[in-house]
Design a binder for this molecule. Structure first.
Ligand SMILES: [Zn+2]
Length: 88
């Protein structure tokens, strides 16, 4: 129970805190988020899958909301349509 999987180790060491992250979609710098105390708690961007599936790709807040989430939703909807049992 106490051992980290290889995957978890990879995720925590793959990105260096404090380095600049660029959005893989719009190439803008990914926003950093801070607590009210001024401590940065989020600078890693979002996972752009399925827009891209490269492990190192990250995208910014705005691309996540305008591109990634709608694509995920539409894939989900299509899947549900295909999986739904036919009525009549
Ligand atoms: Zn972006």
């Amino acid at each position: 129970m106490e051992t980290l999987t290889t995957n978890e180790l990879c995720v925590t060491t793959n990105y260096t805190k404090g380095s600049e992250m660029k959005c893989c979609l719009c190439k803008a710098e990914i926003d950093k988020k801070y607590t009210p105390d001024g401590e940065m708690y989020w600078d890693q961007g979002h996972n752009p899958y399925p827009v891209t599936d490269a492990l190192e790709d990250r995208c910014c807040d705005s691309c996540n909301q305008s591109v990634v989430v709608p694509l995920r939703l539409s894939l989900l909807m299509n899947k549900e349509v295909h999986d739904a049992p036919a009525n009549d």
